[in-house]
Write a protein that binds this ligand. Structure first.
Ligand code: ZN
Length: 260
């Protein structure tokens, strides 16, 4: 695909701040432009993903909730948050979660050059690997376990795709969201996420969705992660009632197309 084509298509739709990642609601056209971009997994599988962490309160609270529920998820970390709040990466990996990259700075890709985006991803990767190494983990293994990246606000440009490929990462967005960045309560967040999952493919043969949530309020309404934590038991119970399995992205997504 010609660099800039998708950027042009998405330009003007990007948002910033507490408005959240509203650039992407629904619409299958993105998947046709970049296969696999939305993170549609196998039927019967659902992935929970958490952006913008680590956060000193939000991330431990989400970890506890997921542990209580026996769920393994994917965390798209910000390099600058890792530097501000060290020690989280090894804990997430010890819990069996997948760690992925949201970038170093939480900036819209549509306003940045491809080389700047690659440098940002590399800086985030260095921060994540360094934090894990400080926690006693093998840097090479942690680096190899980094498979996925998600641009802030879901704003994808040709540079996003080029930078991801340069770093050997697969860009993954989402098919459903909890709109938890708005500070909604747990029932609202769970209902919103579930509606997104059901809209695509309800019933026992459905699923396949990837849910966007946040374990950090660094770009959201202060304390918004509390609603996320409260939503998790409700959302997980509803997902399991439908017969769907909760998996981290690396198990949820088809292997084909990875970093291609
Ligand atoms: Zn974000």
């Amino acid at each position: 695909m010609r660099p800039g084509l998708l950027a042009a298509a998405l330009a003007g739709a990007a948002v910033a701040g507490h408005a959240g990642p509203a650039v992407l609601g629904r619409g299958r056209w993105r998947e046709r432009v970049v296969p696999g971009l939305l993170g549609r997994g196998a039927p019967g599988s659902v992935a929970l993903t958490f952006d913008d962490g680590p956060h000193p309160e939000g991330t431990p609270a989400v970890r506890r909730a997921l542990d209580d529920l026996g769920v393994r998820a994917t965390f798209f970390l910000l390099g600058r948050q890792v530097e501000r709040h060290p020690g989280a990466v090894a804990q997430l990996l010890a819990d069996g979660h997948e760690v992925a990259l949201h970038g170093h700075e939480h900036r819209n890709h549509l306003a940045r050059t491809a080389p700047a985006l690659a440098a940002d991803l590399q800086r985030a990767r260095d921060a994540v690997v360094g934090d894990a190494a400080a926690g006693g983990l093998d840097p090479a293994r942690v680096r190899a376990a980094l498979r996925h990246t998600r641009p802030p606000y879901g704003a994808v440009s040709g540079g996003t795709l080029w930078a991801a490929r340069t770093c050997g990462l697969r860009p993954v967005l989402w098919t459903a969201w909890g709109r938890d960045w708005l500070g909604h309560d747990g029932e609202q967040v769970a209902a919103t996420a579930l509606a997104g999952l059901d809209r695509d493919a309800p019933g026992p043969d459905g699923g396949g969705g990837t849910v966007l949530l946040h374990d950090s309020d660094c770009t959201s309404v202060p304390g918004s992660w509390r609603g996320t934590v409260a939503a998790l038991p409700l959302l997980v119970a509803a997902v399991r009632e439908r017969g769907w399995q909760l998996r981290p992205l690396w198990q949820h997504l088809p292997a084909t197309g990875a970093a291609a």
